[in-house]
Design a binder for this molecule. Sequence first.
Ligand SMILES: [Zn+2]
Length: 666
Amino acid sequence: MKNNQHSVETFKAGTKNKNQFLKFKIDLGNFIDELKKRLKNNKKEIKKLLKIENKTYANFVKPMQIMEEELDEFFTPLSHVNAVNNSKKTQKVYTKSLPIITEYSTKLSQNIDIYKAYKKIQNSEEKNLNQEQNRVLELNILNFELSGAHLDQKIKARLQEINIKKSELSNNFSQNLLDATNAYEYIITDAKDIKGIPKSDLQNARFKEGTKTKYRFTLQMPSYIAYMTYGKNAKIRKKLYKAYVTRAPKNAQIIDELLSLRNEMSKLLGFNNYASYSLVSKMAKDEKSVLDFLNTLKSNSINQAKQELQTLQKISPKSLKSFDTTFYAEILKKEKYDLDEELYRPYFEQKSVVKGMFEFLNKLFGISFKKVDEKLWDKKAFAYDLYLNDKLKARLYLDLEARKSKRGGAWMHNWQTHCTDLKGNEQLASAFIVCNFPASSSENPSLLRHDDVVTLFHETGHAIHHMLSDVNENEVSGVNGVEWDAVEFPSQFLENFAYEPNVLKLFAKHYETGEIISDEMINKLVKSKNFLSAIGMLRQLEFSIFDFTLHTKLYQGKEVQNLLNKIRKNTALIKAPSYNKFQNGFAHIFAGGYAAGYYSYKWAEVLSADAYFSVIDEGIFGSKTAKNYLDVILKNGGSSSMEVLFKKFLQREPNPENLLRLNGIQ
Ligand SMILES: [Zn+2]
């Protein structure tokens, strides 16, 4: 979803302002009224468009597209402020606006008249339209069909019912999980049980009861992981682990209902199962391709994973259990690489990292960034204009520091999209990058962990994919229209460079002494990157294979657990205890968008690893392949399937071996 409150004035004045970028402004008080007004106008406009006798791409599809773009541009600042400057007020306006906009888009996606018009235009104009325009038609028609626009009224009504029920169930799934996570705590009173746990983690756990100092550990990620990684008392680790993997037993019922509804929906839409429904809009061809891909990775990783486990077993006095692995892995990592993460932070001062990353992008792609003086939603947020070979191309907003009112995690959010408007004028793209790095103050700079540097590169990879688009049709420009299992390609591609010595040396300077990071430090970082990577790979494959197989036919009740047990026989080298109900917490597929799509992470990693090594092998800077990547992958956005673009980019099929190479699996 997208943008701006103020676009009204801007559009009315007819000056989408001289440098083409919308001003970031939002009027929460009037937002709902303005939204309703816009939707009403859109509906009127659609009626008018539908009355056109000789509908063409130019007089029907293009105005429909621009209408959606403007609605997105209006809406994005609301979802953005709600995520980065969250308050009772933003929540209220956002919660109120969601059903309004959802109802509007659901009705639009089931509108048979628009669907028919698109089909007719496709029939009559296909040969005269360009690739981008044909792709717009193709994806829209597919979307209408996946919403059931072409089916009879009774089925449509049932599909709507299923959709509403599904969203309710998903919401309950994550609420149950959140409640269960928050309901548990383990209190430590004996000081010997907290030995070895880092200071900052202890600070968060410590509390006073009377005169006694105690420590509270919970199932929230940072707390849970801290004890599982550093907690010496195996009994406590076991208790925490058991509490974690038995959360939300109520979700078993929801899983059954969701699986059943997904199955029914897919059948109503003419598919054998949910997996094949999900694949229609993805890059992977069919069920077999996905499962073959995952199983090949599995057989390639299993021997190394066994060896890794043996090494890990050697440092443990007892036979390793599920609740031991993280703890002993940490000991082994220290032993093997002599790596202390804290020593790296002074080398990754935030401003220096951003500057260095811009310099890297300049050397790789010839793009440059210039800071823009613009008042934004927070004084720690900054705008930059992006130039490609000295031509203004896009605007980037960086909001990198954590604060109370900001949602956790990191993400890229696209706002404006590169396209031509109704008059044929070029519109430039813009995007936000949001992270939660340590906050800077007048006394202390924001010092990043190396992981944070990787995150910044990742989100920037998404952002330049959106901003460097040359496509003229907004619905397939930038990240729009890119297949779900390919969308992480540009982000993973860029994040790999955060481990390259020549890239690190551009910005990893000690913030006090100015000393550049030593080769020895870089070496340790690079070597430890693939620590226990085969075990990690197997775990991801377990999730992927379970998710995908679960959606190939209807599994209910005990069948779900039986399926997971069967898959684990080949992926889990340490047998999970029978009380482990991992599935009840698998929010990605039961409360997120990843159903029958968890494999996407690994799928896109094949593309990114392949592209990355091609650039590395040419010595990074001055690489022809990097130039080609810009011209073929980035500039073309979603205007062709990634399969087609990739072949054009490297003149061959993706090579999965590079995924293994990237993960250090031989
Ligand atoms: Zn990503």
